[in-house]
Design a protein around this ligand. Structure first.
Ligand code: GLC
Length: 559
């Protein structure tokens, strides 16, 4: 844990007569200021695109797709500041409760809101749930943006940017300048009446792994802020431009890599414990792609920016080709792998990574629907992780890393494997769980990650916002509506747990925190997006026209 000391550059400490505690509860409001109240049944069983033809265009296959640019610009907000729904329906009581709970998690520094704590459950102080996690704040930030309250998001972005410039060390090793913290905390000294920030860049985390996802989420949130407020001045600040350049320098640096994907240690993202997600995990690759695309929109075309923009363009081109070609799995590709020859050498090799057909797990043959597909969990030398990961697949849709056909296929898979992936509580973090010998070898006998628990096939309500956004983008909001209805049966009654356990997610997680902030915020964001799909624009990107040619070429991956 890096604690600010006397050092001026790292010192955020200051006398503050206003604050007696870490969190100033007096600043909390009872009600959201600009509730976009739920319009019950606003979309019913119709698809969003059908319901909103002015926001959509017809695809070749006759389906409608959402036109993101036309649905969202700050001047076109539909009901952004409307305190009541136009049709006068009262919101779901859970929605009001969620807003009240979210406000209680707000963290203040120098009297300004700077984030939300991970969980308002103080049952175990040893754990770090009293911190503001960068990844956890994203759904909170989006909820505030959607409710017309950008201030906390702006403060969060600026505060974490200051933390980025700290010197980070693990023992005697210094981390890269651009690394963003996993989390931070406001410490209050009641004697000196000072507030100090304390940040963790991985040096206190279990496994001592730096969070690769933090920097990507930071860029994605900066773009969401800019898109939602129409205020480009924050992103244009020299500090923000530099912050982005530092993050990008870390992941665009040249080395021994033969692939455009990013090589990662286990536990460097949402799944922050050993779970066999080292190598090239889909979560990081999809976030990497999205962050690169957001950076392209935010970087200034000045001397430093120009060179970077060129490098980003090249990387995006290579990354989309690689992901769409080698990470994609559907019935046809599965059959191809099943029939692979091995030990092929030279450029003519079909089985480029020398994947052994014997390494195909049995479950994948049943899991794969005739219609549908998904991005694999990981692809590397003689290694394919066939597990389905929710976050990576949803971000692939939102960033348009997935082609329109692939996005539709991911939705088809969710629909046809509903019991497995959604079940009694949306949504599985990954599927399936690893058990027995595999569990011992892959997790190192982790008692927190036993089968169908926590990161090992547990169900995480926070993922609801990502699934909802992806559903809306693909023009199938009815899938999201169904998932939200499932969550509404239990989530609030159970006290907003962090995760659920069991094959169908029927049990509150063994060690799950209650009042987990991102479970609350994830629900709010999902509801607000369904209520007003124009919010999707801040978190989704349309397909880059230049990349379309790559898709065509990569559509047959074995050639
Ligand atoms: C757990 C999760 C991680 C999350 C943190 C705070 O460690 O694995 O993704 O950021 O809790 O909620």
């Amino acid at each position: 844990m890096s604690v600010a000391s006397g050092d001026l550059t790292q010192n955020e400490s200051l006398s503050n007569g206003d604050c007696d505690t870490d969190f100033d509860f007096s600043k909390l409001q009872d009600k959201p200021r600009h509730l976009n109240l739920e319009r019950q049944r606003s979309f019913d069983e119709r698809s969003l695109a059908e319901a909103s033809p002015r926001f959509s265009s017809r695809l070749e296959n006759g389906q409608r797709q959402i036109d993101l640019e036309s649905i969202f610009s700050p001047s076109k907000r539909s009901s952004f500041n409307t305190p009541r729904s136009q049709n006068g329906f009262e919101p779901h009581p859970m929605f009001i409760e969620a807003w009240e709970s979210l406000r209680k998690t707000m963290v203040y520094f120098r009297g300004q809101p700077v984030g939300t704590i991970a969980a308002l459950d103080n049952s175990d102080e040893k754990l770090n749930y009293d911190q503001v996690f960068v990844r956890d704040f994203v759904p909170s930030g989006l909820a505030f943006l959607m409710n017309g309250e950008p201030e906390i998001v702006k403060n969060f972005l600026l505060k974490t940017l200051r933390l980025q410039s700290w010197e980070k060390r693990i023992d005697r090793f210094q981390l890269g300048e651009g690394v963003m913290p996993a989390s931070f905390k406001v410490l209050h000294d009641p004697v000196r009446n000072t507030e100090t920030l304390m940040a963790d860049f991985g040096e206190s985390a279990i496994g001592r792994v730096a969070p690769i996802d933090s920097g990507f989420w930071w860029i994605i949130l900066l773009r969401a802020y800019t898109k939602s407020t129409g205020d480009a001045s924050l992103a244009e600040m020299p500090e923000c431009q530099k912050g982005m350049r530092l993050i990008l320098a870390l992941c665009l640096s040249e080395g021994f890599d033969t692939f455009p994907t990013l090589l990662c240690a286990d536990g460097c993202s949402m799944i922050d414990r050993r779970m066999g997600v080292y190598g090239y995990p889909i979560e990081i690759q999809a976030l990497f792609f999205m962050a690169l695309r957001c950076a392209l929109l935010l970087l200034k075309q000045d001397a430093q920016g120009k060179e970077l923009i060129e490098r980003i363009g090249k990387r995006l081109h290579a990354l989309s080709f690689h992901m769409r070609s080698y990470f994609w799995l559907d019935m046809k590709h599965l059959n191809d792998i099943y029939r692979y020859k091995t030990e092929e050498y030279s450029h003519t090799a079909v089985n480029k990574f020398n994947v052994m057909p014997d390494s195909l797990p049995e479950w994948v043959f049943d899991f794969m629907p005739t219609q549908g597909g998904y991005f694999l969990g990981n692809v590397g030398p003689s290694n394919m992780d066939f597990r389905w990961f929710c976050l990576g697949n949803c971000v692939a849709i939102l960033s348009s890393l997935a082609t329109p056909e692939q996005s539709t296929a991911i939705m088809d898979l969710i629909e046809s494997r509903w019991d497995e992936l959604v079940g009694d509580m949306p949504v599985k973090v990954c599927y399936p769980a690893i058990e027995s010998h595999d569990w011992r070898i892959i997790t190192g006998c982790d008692p927190k990650n036993t089968r169908w628990s926590y990161h090992n096939g547990g169900s995480w309500p926070v993922l609801l916002w990502l699934v909802t956004a992806a559903c809306i983008k693909v023009g199938r909001p009815q899938i999201a509506r169904r998932a939200i209805e499932v969550a509404e049966l239990r989530l609030a009654k159970d006290g907003w747990p962090e995760y659920y356990d069991g094959k169908n997610g029927r049990y509150i997680g063994k060690q799950a925190r209650k009042h987990q902030t991102w479970s609350i915020a994830g629900y709010l964001v999902a509801k607000m997006m369904l209520e007003d799909p124009s919010h999707l624009g801040m978190i989704a990107l349309e397909e880059d026209k230049q990349m379309k040619t790559t898709i065509k070429r990569s559509s047959s991956w074995t050639c």
